[in-house]
Design a protein around this ligand. Structure first.
Ligand SMILES: *Cc1c(COP(=O)(O)O)cnc(C)c1O
Length: 424
């Protein structure tokens, strides 16, 4: 099936007389006839559900759809994108290990890796996404267990050279984890370029309506854990909390990562998506391919309009010829990039403030990637604690406006920008 069809019909095929829409299994628990039946589930000897903190049928239908969209072999939902990235990393890293990550990533993930996971004894080396292969290779250590990056970084809009990062990861015997939130599988499927694990904040385009916080993890099923068994004891040696099961042996390359992530991390941390919210995510997924196309058309039109405006100092959008990531976007995102455009006004921070307050359609929000256009000045909100110099170093100069183009009519969006630009 093509992406467009998977968006609509993937993950769930009703039988005769069964509900057409995915059922919401709003139940914490599941009933069995014998203790022996249930025991088999606990031993991972039989497939089935016993408690919604670990797994729920509604969630699994939606996770399967996302796994199909990404071309993976297994998937799971989490309560948020933060939980997805934490689980994806912590499933293979523990105290004393090390991660190589692109430095151009979402602030929440940067904090997770550099502060919170550091407290767990996991170290990180951040690399410039545009570094040479040599620089990238020199970031690895004997205890490196994973490489991390974002297809399109939020908010810097850097496009990751997935092939370069995958090559370095694989030559050091570790997987590449790619957060594909901004591109979505409609515009890029990182697994086709060598990524091993793909994560999502489904809160963004997948939900697409600003209604539900959520996350997802997809395994490509390609990474050979057993070939690097010394690096990944959690997958390649017996798990005593599951009667000595060795995940990579019992579930193979295709299933080991997600099975371990569910039966250990979800069991112990409990960051499960609610079935009701999984249903909302699925409603979003049913129109993902239609919406993403419109988001991208609007963003391209807005970026072109802004780059020709006399009051605009610069526009960051890899769909513009001359953008630093134009060639990378042509390669990895040939059908469209994303709906988010960043730009700076010649009048600086003051002008940005007047501009944003004058907008009528675009609302000021700490959010991106939903149907309604919204904007944010990181310097006066998410990055408020930084001074002008720190802001510049973080890639979010004081005047920067991040505009997330929705799916309204582009003429209306441009007219709104035009009237607001006139006032500043
Ligand atoms: C928003 C976001 C996250 C975090 O997701 P939540 O659902 O807010 O927890 C992670 N990565 C990227 C790229 C994001 O945009």
């Amino acid at each position: 099936m093509k992406i467009n069809t998977i968006c609509v019909q993937g993950g769930y095929t009703p039988g005769n007389g069964e509900p057409r829409q995915i059922p919401i299994i709003q139940s914490t628990t599941f009933k069995y006839d014998t203790s022996e039946d249930m025991g088999k589930l606990f031993d991972l000897e039989a497939e089935g559900y016993f408690y919604t903190r670990l797994q729920n049928p509604t969630n699994d239908m939606v996770a399967n759809k996302i796994a199909q969209l990404e071309g993976g072999t297994a998937g799971m939902l989490t309560s948020s994108g933060q939980a997805a990235n934490f689980f994806a990393l912590f499933n293979i890293c523990s105290c004393g290990d090390h991660i190589v990550s692109s430095g151009s990533i979402y602030g929440g993930t940067f904090n997770l890796i550099s502060v919170t996971m550091a407290k767990m004894g996991i170290e990180v080396t951040f690399v410039e996404p545009d570094c040479s292969e040599e620089e990238l290779n020199s970031a690895f250590r004997p205890n490196t267990k994973a490489v991390f990056g974002e297809t399109i970084a939020n908010p810097a809009l850097t496009v990751l050279d997935i092939e370069k990062f995958a090559k370095a990861a694989h030559s050091h015997g570790v997987p590449l984890i790619v957060d594909n939130t901004f591109a979505t599988p409609v515009n890029c499927r990182p697994i086709e370029w060598g990524a091993d694990i793909v994560t999502h904040s489904t809160t963004k385009y997948m939900d697409g309506h600003g209604a539900t916080v959520g996350g997802a993890i997809v395994d490509s099923g390609k990474f050979d854990w057993m070939a690097h068994a010394d690096k990944f004891p959690g997958l390649c040696t017996p798990d005593e909390s599951y009667h000595g099961i060795t995940y990579a042996e019992k579930f193979g390359k295709e299933g080991a990562f997600i099975t371990k992530c569910t039966s250990q991390l979800m069991r112990d941390f409990g960051s499960i998506q609610s079935p009701q919210n999984a249903f909302y995510i699925n409603l979003g997924l049913e129109s993902l391919h239609v919406r993403v196309k419109r988001h991208c058309e609007n963003a391209q039109a807005v970026a072109e309009y802004l780059s020709g405006h006399e009051k605009v100092a610069y526009v960051i959008y890899s769909g513009l010829p001359g953008d630093k990531y134009y060639d990378a976007a042509r390669k990895y995102l040939p059908n469209g990039i994303c709906g988010v455009v960043s730009f700076g006004l010649k009048g600086g921070r003051e002008a940005a403030s007047i501009f944003m307050r004058s907008l009528k359609l675009a609302a000021i929000e700490t959010h991106v990637a939903d149907a309604r256009t919204c904007c944010l000045n990181p310097a006066s909100s998410t990055h408020r604690q930084m001074n002008d110099e720190q802001l510049k170093a973080a890639g979010v100069p004081a005047e920067l406006v991040r505009l997330s183009c929705g799916i309204e009519d582009k003429d209306d969006l441009i007219a709104d920008l035009a009237q607001a630009l006139e006032k500043c």
